[in-house]
Ligand binder design. Structure first.
Ligand code: ZN
Length: 316
């Protein structure tokens, strides 16, 4: 009944091939949330794949319909002891467009293919891989503890993350009491490097700003109107240049968080951002001065927002 025992069981689950067989089955569901023809696959993924997996771990599950008619949600709960802490976990069953026929070496997006120590297939890295790992981890802990988890656990799995989680907020507000927990674990989003696990202890939000400069109807030739009609492109460029300079440095103090504390700086000292060979090299002279790459990416650092106004998730 030790931590080592649980880790050992997790290793066994992976090395026996059992985990990959499970993941392969899950990747087989063509759960593209952008594709209206896949509504059935989204529901089937929750009903046929995840509900039985949660039941095996003694979770009670139910589907919650989307209030705006999009893909359903799965809510799962395992209550062991009312005085034990409760963890809430998040995942999503939908994936982006499979792009069949466009993968390198004509890999099939709807099954897993292992090449070396990498596993390819749509959803392996976002997010079927992650929530499958979390389920396996729960199982390993349970087995190591003789059928008990030692804590209470809840899950919410959505099927609309790749279309911007259109009603996740509404559903969470609606289920406020049901989702109450002491700890939230969201296994989704980027890693800093492929060969070292990443745990983010915070997450900055994103605000989408849509700037329009609409001065007049139609287009007006610069030969006739240049110099006497205000140019919307110039106004737009100046608006952006007022917020961030050409080196990615924020110009407005109001956009910057407080200085990084020494404690956070010490924690980040050993964190390296190392792009893989197929990823872009980090830009020199970009972003806030005097910060390491890890400090730039730190959730409390405004500089990272200028370097990456939104974070495009890496899709598997
Ligand atoms: Zn994701």
């Amino acid at each position: 009944m030790t931590r080592a025992d649980a880790i050992d069981r997790a290793h066994q689950h992976l090395h026996s091939g059992e985990f990959l067989a499970e993941l392969d089955r899950r990747v087989g569901y063509q759960t593209e949330s952008q594709n209206p023809d896949r509504r059935g696959a989204l529901r089937a993924y929750l009903e046929e794949e995840l509900q039985p997996a949660f039941s095996q771990l003694d979770f009670a599950t139910r589907l919650v319909e989307s209030p705006t008619g999009k893909g359903p949600y799965l809510v799962a709960e395992y209550r062991e002891n009312s005085s034990a802490p409760t963890v809430l976990m998040y995942g999503h069953g939908d994936v982006v467009d499979g792009m069949t026929g466009e993968w390198r070496d004509n890999l099939d997006p709807w099954r897993t293919t292992t090449v070396g120590n990498r596993v390819y297939g749509r959803g392996t890295a976002d997010n079927k891989g992650q929530h499958s790992i979390n389920l396996s981890a729960l199982r390993a802990v349970r087995e190591a503890r003789g059928g008990r988890l030692g804590f209470n656990a809840k899950f919410i799995i959505e099927t609309g993350e790749e279309i911007g989680s259109p009603d996740l907020r509404q559903v969470c507000e609606q289920l406020r009491d049901e989702l109450k927990a002491d700890l939230f674990v969201g296994s989704d989003g980027p890693r800093l490097s492929a060969d070292r696990p990443t745990i983010f202890l915070g997450c900055r939000g994103g605000i989408r700003i849509h700037l329009d400069v609409n001065l007049r109807d139609g287009s007006h030739h610069s030969g006739n109107w240049g110099g006497v009609l205000a140019n919307p492109a110039t106004i737009l460029a100046s608006a952006i240049a007022a917020l961030v300079d050409s080196k990615g440095r924020l110009l407005l103090d109001a956009l910057k968080p407080p200085r990084i504390s020494n404690q956070i700086r010490a924690a980040l000292a050993d964190v390296k951002i190392e792009p893989m060979s197929d990823e872009p090299a980090l830009s020199e002279n970009w972003g806030e001065e005097g910060l390491s790459a890890a400090e730039q990416r730190h959730p409390g650092t405004g500089a990272s927002r200028s370097a990456a106004p939104f974070c495009r998730r890496h899709q598997g």
